[in-house]
Write a protein that binds this ligand. Structure first.
Ligand code: ARG
Length: 602
């Protein structure tokens, strides 16, 4: 029997523990131990786990699967890990865990710092490129998904021990800068930036507030669509800025300062933080050398006035266009900036993996960038480059989400709308003060928004359905929070009643399950380490959502079937308490990995 030791030894994954019991039996019967692979049962009515190894072995050993299964099961009889193990037609091995073993497993899990999750990432750096806001343009819901998904991936990786470096990679070097400069000239021509002289110093203080800046950009953008001359001026100004013209650099610096403060606040409200606040502008110093190098290596060539690199590979099912490195007018390009950024990241961080998170319309862009980076040897051949693409957040009409007036929804407004709806719901059954309700609404609103997003497979489009997202029932963020709050309340009542402190309560321990509902809860908890690892490997936070939704469900069923606080057997009660605190720890860790937290009450 695999013993689970407390202390510094990591609790193995439950499926591996079971397989470790089966493997020697396969071997003893003359079969390769690799056949002892165990999965969760797909017939929970019949068993908890199953091994299909006999079916695979049958082909290799030219025997009937049921005979192989029978032999292995025979060897396993009397094994204390299992309460039931049987060979069934055509050759499955059906397994149920022994209650005592399961309790022991959970006690081992409880004793671990990370409840059995192994820090497999130690010593490896991963760059997560997410957020991607464009400076001076308001954050809109399109940037929301990148921020939410990226933050979660970063947190999960960090939990697994990786050195995760989150970089916001701002769009801070594009035409919006020229548009703002020219609009500013039209509004305030007297400013020292516009008199044609190049000075050594410029005013410290920005010639606009964030409020004005938010007005300047949309006005300029609108003007450029109607006024060709203005548009040309803006392009010219962008080019001058990019060539280092000091007065425009000075305006750019003001735009950056004012916007960054605002962006930090907005991301902060979302519980999103970055280690690096770099942007496209930071890549610019690398670009001349990059272009030269691509030419020297014979990878870049002139095509219709532009400089391009072929990226096609034999295995491509359709022909992919070359990556444009420099346009005929010499202007900076998105792909070139990304390549420059890679060179900088390699120099400063040398990561073993890159994860970029943008919507799926950027698919070709990242194929091009990744291929050029590998072809030119900027990134090692075995460095993993992942583009996690997400779908669109749609409104109930199935079209990209808009405001009621049909405009682009600003992030701030969206958050305010959700918080208000949650607030109204809390006030319906008004058990807390208005002030507390406001604060709680913010916490629940964020959970509703993030869970609503993360619970969908990232690559799929999803419908932003506020009513559903804020519901306290069903597969929603508030439902998870509600479950946590419920556990918190039982625990504090228990503490009040018994005066026992939960943290250092030594007497109680998790006992073998006393009902099916309790066992279901215990079995669900054992999936924890497996889920976290799989979810990171597949960059799929929705798997955590699925797991905690199921966990909340089995917990609530268990809760409704027992009287925890009225239990008279103190050992049994202590066991319940330990089990539900373990459930709480798992839920709390998972929501932290998703990027939100639970209130004290709701
Ligand atoms: N600023 C870009 C946008 O709004 C996203 C940046 C994504 N990251 C990157 N390294 N290209 O579309």
């Amino acid at each position: 029997m695999t013993t689970i030791e407390k202390g510094d030894i990591t609790v193995k994954k439950i499926l591996d523990c079971i397989a470790a019991e089966l493997a020697p039996c396969f071997e003893a019967c003359g079969y390769d131990r690799a056949y002892a692979k165990v999965t969760l049962s797909n017939r929970p009515d019949l068993c908890e786990y199953q091994c299909n190894g006999a079916m695979a072995a049958a082909k290799a050993y030219k025997k009937k699967p049921i005979d192989i299964a029978g032999e292995v099961v025979e060897k396993l009889s009397g094994n204390p890990v299992f309460s039931e193990i049987s060979a069934v037609m055509p050759g499955f091995i059906n397994i149920r865990l022994d209650d005592g073993y399961l309790a022991e497993y959970l006690r081992g899990m409880e004793a671990e710092k990370k409840l059995g999750v192994e820090e497999t990432g130690a010593g490896q750096t991963i760059v997560v490129d997410y957020g991607g806001a464009n400076v001076a343009k308001p954050l809109h819901v399109g940037h929301l998904r990148s921020a939410i998904i990226g933050e979660s991936i970063k947190r999960i990786g960090r939990f697994l021990g990786y050195n995760m470096v989150g970089d916001v990679h701002l769009g801070d070097w594009g035409l919006q800068m020229g548009l703002i400069i020219e609009e500013l000239r039209d509004r305030k021509p007297e400013l020292p930036y516009f008199d044609g002289t190049v000075r050594d110093t410029y005013p410290e203080e920005a010639p606009f507030t964030i409020g004005e800046l938010e007005d300047i950009y949309p006005a300029a953008s609108k003007k450029s669509k109607e006024d060709e001359a203005f548009k040309n001026r803006a392009q010219e100004a962008t080019f001058k800025l990019q060539s280092g013209y000091a007065p425009f650099r000075a305006i750019w610096k003001h735009i950056m300062d004012v916007s960054l403060a605002d962006l930090k606040k907005n991301y902060g409200n979302l519980g999103v933080t970055f280690d690096l606040w770099k942007g496209e502008s930071d890549a610019q110093p690398y670009i001349p050398g990059l272009i030269q190098d691509l030419q020297d290596k014979g990878l870049a060539y002139e095509s219709e006035g532009a400089l391009v690199v072929d990226i096609g590979e034999e295995t491509d099912s359709k022909e992919l266009p070359p990556c444009i490195i420099r346009k005929s007018d010499g202007a900076a390009l998105y792909a070139t900036s990304d390549l420059g950024t890679i060179i900088e990241r390699e120099k400063e961080l040398s990561p073993s993996k890159y994860i970029y998170i943008t919507d799926k319309r950027q698919e070709l862009h990242f194929i091009q960038v990744f291929r050029v980076a590998k072809k030119a040897g900027y990134v090692k051949a075995d460095t993993d480059m992942v583009h996690l693409m997400f779908g669109t957040m749609n409104g109930k009409d199935g079209k990209p989400f808009k405001t009621r007036e049909g405009g682009i929804m600003r992030l701030e407004d969206l958050i305010a709308e959700i918080n208000e709806a949650v607030y109204a719901r809390i006030m319906e059954n008004r058990t807390v003060s208005e002030e507390e309700a406001k604060k709680t609404a913010g916490v629940i609103g964020l959970a509703a928004l993030k869970y609503g997003d993360l619970s969908n497979q990232a690559s799929k489009d999803y419908i932003f359905d506020m009513e559903r997202f804020i519901s306290f029932e069903g597969n929603t963020g508030p439902y998870i929070l509600y479950t946590i709050v419920r556990i918190k309340s039982i625990l504090s009542k228990y503490q009040e009643m018994t005066g026992k402190s939960l943290e250092d309560e030594k007497e109680g321990e998790i006992l073998p399950a006393s009902s099916d509902g309790e066992k279901a809860l215990m079995l669900q908890l054992t999936k924890y380490n497996e889920v976290i690892e799989a979810c990171f490997g597949e960059t799929a936070p929705h798997k955590i959502c699925q797991f905690i939704y199921e966990l909340s469900d089995v917990f609530n069923k268990f809760y409704n079937s027992v009287m925890i606080l009225k239990e008279e057997d103190a050992r049994r009660q202590g066991s319940y308490i330990r089990l539900i605190s373990l459930t709480k720890k798992v839920l709390e860790t998972c929501i932290d990995l998703l990027g939100f937290e639970a209130p004290e009450r709701m």
